[in-house]
Design a protein around this ligand. Structure first.
Ligand code: NI
Length: 254
């Protein structure tokens, strides 16, 4: 049986809590049957862990977000390390200079420490990088292990090629469906089939035809269908390829 997988979603956010079951049933109706839920702190992690009891197809990733770098303590990092075996990946972690680039050093330190935790425990990492392409690349090259997923990839075609050279995976979000998303479309077309993943990053970046509304994990289907069109292939075939990629990246231990 094949199905769509949302490799990055925030369905543990407050806005989904009241109708959590309903959002997952809409996902099921759209043949979205596996979800990687991203946790940014201990509270989100514990909530998601509890949901996983009821929905075993939920995967959990956990990492401290760059913009929270100021508040993350050594204790927080110890906590992450103490639960790391229950995770499919450490993330999302990385650098974000969009709103505030004054704390670059704090962000870099946190990023490196989390890459080291992942490496010690042989876990893949999920990378968030915004307006910080060069620093992200330099740090990954020096500190990351083999399994790196560039989430919601929105950097240049040139950067994508650099990451592919390192063997990294590239994930596309709803942005690729936007009319004006020339570079993401080009990237999605060019990325090797065995190096790609798709995601919603919900609640943000709602794909066409729901742009303007709140995003939800079911909509990863529209990201997949759009990319199938761009790559001129059968959606079913793409779906199977994406399942294989996801399993190779998250499930297989090297
Ligand atoms: Ni995210």
């Amino acid at each position: 049986m094949s199905y769509w997988i949302d490799s990055h979603c925030h369905i543990n956010e407050e806005r989904y809590k009241k109708d959590f079951d309903n959002f997952l049933s809409i996902a099921k109706q759209n043949n979205v049957l596996r979800n990687n839920v991203i946790c940014l702190n201990k509270e989100e992690y514990l909530y998601t862990l509890q949901k996983q009891q009821q929905y075993p197809f939920l995967d959990i990733s956990f990492g401290y977000f760059p913009e929270d770098a100021d508040h993350v303590t050594d204790e927080d990092l110890q906590y992450l390390e103490s639960v790391v075996d229950s995770l499919v990946a450490v993330g999302e972690i990385g650098l974000d200079y969009h709103w505030d680039d004054t704390k670059k050093d704090v962000q870099k330190q946190l990023f490196i420490k989390q890459l080291e935790i992942a490496k010690r425990h042989n876990k893949p990492v999920i990378i968030h990088s915004r307006d910080a392409a060069k620093d992200t690349y330099d740090i990954l090259k020096e500190y990351a292990g083999d399994k790196v997923l560039m989430h919601c990839f929105s950097e240049s075609n040139e950067m994508m090629k650099q990451y592919l050279k390192l063997g990294y995976y590239i994930s596309f979000s709803g942005v690729v469906t936007f009319n004006n998303a020339t570079e993401p479309k080009k990237n999605a077309k060019e990325v090797p089939l065995d190096k790609m993943m798709i995601e919603t990053d919900c609640p943000y970046l709602t794909p066409v035809p729901f742009r303007g509304q709140m995003n939800q994990t079911a909509y990863v289907r529209y990201v997949g269908e759009h990319i199938a069109q761009l790559k001129d292939m059968d959606p079913q075939q793409l779906m199977e390829q994406l399942m294989e990629n996801y399993r190779r990246f998250f499930d297989e231990k090297d």
